[in-house]
Design a protein around this ligand. Structure first.
Ligand SMILES: Nc1ncnc2c1ncn2[C@@H]1O[C@H](COP(=O)(O)OP(=O)(O)O)[C@@H](O)[C@H]1O
Ligand SMILES: [Mg+2]
Length: 232
C-alpha cells in the first residue's frame, strides 16, 4: 500500500522563530512521510508546534531549514509564485475560526480558490461551488452571508471551500475548536466521509475521541514528533 510516492516528505525540518529576547524552536527536526489517502491526527500540548507544522505543510509558512517535498516538488527550492500555485492546486485548509469573508455570500466564499487559480469562467466556478456545497449539505445556504449561519454551518461552508479545487491534501487545524459538541461531531463525520472517499487528511485536534477516528496518530512534544502510531 505504501509503495507509491509519499504525498508529503519532511526531512530534518526546522522552524525557528527569532525575537529580541529569544529563539523558539517551534519545529526542532521533523522527519515525516504521509502517503496519499492517509488520515493523520496530530496531538500534543499547547505550544508544541502543531499549528506551525500545519502552516509549513500548507505552504503558509517556510521552514528555517530542512526539506519539504510535496507531491514530488521540493517546495523549498521554488519561488513564492510557484509555491502559491502549488498551494492553490494541492492544498485545502480548514481553520478553527472558519476564516470566511463576511461580505461575501457562502457561494462566493467557496468560489474563491477557483478564482485565485484561474482558468474557469464565472458559470463554471458557480457550478463547482454549488457541487462542493452540496457535498457538505449546505447548498440550500449558498446565497446567505456567513454571519447568518451557525458555527457548524460556517465550518461546513469552509470545508466546501477547501474541497472545491479538488486538492490532494486537506489540512485542518482544530476544525471543531469553536464548535459545540453536536456541530463538532457533524464536522468530524463529514471529514470521515471525505477520507472514505479518498481524501488525504491531516488534522490537529485536542480531542482524543476525534483523534481516534484517524488511522494514524502523531503526538508532538517540544517541536518533535515523539509518537507515531498506526492502528491496523
Ligand atoms: N509568529 C510567531 N513568533 C514567535 N513565536 C511563535 C510564533 N508562532 C508560534 N510561535 C511559538 O512557537 C511555538 C509553537 O507554536 P504553535 O505551532 O502555535 O503551537 P501549537 O499549535 O501546538 O499550540 C510556541 O512556543 C509559540 O509560542
Ligand atoms: Mg495551534
Amino acid at each position: 500500500m505504501n509503495s507509491q510516492q509519499p504525498l508529503i516528505a519532511l526531512r530534518e525540518l526546522r522552524r525557528i522563530y527569532t525575537t529580541e529576547q529569544m529563539e523558539t524552536h517551534a519545529l526542532a527536526g521533523i522527519d515525516l512521510e504521509i502517503h496519499p489517502g492517509e488520515y493523520v491526527a496530530i496531538e500534543g500540548p499547547s505550544g508544541c508546534g502543531k499549528s506551525t507544522l500545519l502552516s509549513v505543510l500548507g505552504l503558509l509558512d517556510e521552514p528555517s531549514s530542512g526539506d519539504y517535498i510535496l507531491a514530488g516538488v521540493p517546495t523549498t527550492e521554488i519561488d513564492a509564485e510557484e509555491q502559491a500555485r502549488l498551494r492553490n492546486r494541492e492544498i485545502g485548509f480548514i481553520f478553527q475560526s472558519f476564516n470566511l469573508i463576511p461580505e461575501m455570500t457562502v457561494c462566493e466564499n467557496v468560489e474563491l480558490p477557483l478564482l485565485y487559480r484561474g482558468g474557469l469562467d464565472a458559470r463554471a466556478r458557480r457550478q463547482a461551488a454549488e457541487q462542493a456545497l452540496k457535498r457538505v449539505g449546505m447548498d440550500h445556504r449558498a446565497d446567505h452571508r456567513p454571519g447568518q449561519l451557525s458555527g457548524g454551518q460556517q465550518q461546513r461552508a469552509a470545508i466546501a471551500r477547501a474541497l472545491v479545487g479538488k486538492p490532494s491534501l486537506l489540512l485542518a487545524d482544530e476544525p471543531t475548536g469553536n464548535l459545540d459538541t453536536e456541530s463538532g461531531e457533524q464536522v468530524m463525520a463529514l471529514l470521515g466521509e471525505l477520507h472514505e472517499a479518498g481524501a488525504t487528511l491531516v488534522m490537529v485536534t485536542h480531542n482524543p475521541a476525534y483523534a481516534e477516528q484517524a488511522r494514524r496518530r502523531l503526538r508532538m512534544r517540544d517541536g518533535r514528533i515523539d509518537q507515531d502510531q498506526t492502528r491496523s
